[in-house]
Design a protein around this ligand. Structure first.
Ligand code: ZN
Length: 78
């Protein structure tokens, strides 16, 4: 689909775009939650933007389901 253009110097930084990053379970892409982390500007030297994918179960464990409720509400407003 898309090629990963980012290259990492260290090993173990593989991007698992079809696996939950927490439980390593394979999840169909349509059911993956995308979790993006953006550090504040003052921390940008040590941390960089990160994007992870996680399964609905782990999303629920992290209370991310609240976001999905918000999302569903937004869809209902159409
Ligand atoms: Zn998971």
């Amino acid at each position: 689909m898309t090629s990963v253009e980012q290259t990492y110097d260290g090993a173990g930084e593989d991007v698992h775009d079809r696996e939950c990053y927490r439980c390593d379970r394979n999840v169909e892409p349509a059911r993956l939650f995308r979790v993006t982390v953006e550090p504040p500007e003052t921390m940008a030297v040590e941390y960089r933007d990160s994007e992870r994918f996680c399964c609905p179960d782990c999303a629920a464990a992290m209370n991310l389901s609240e976001f999905s409720e918000e999302w569903i509400e937004r869809r209902r407003q159409r």
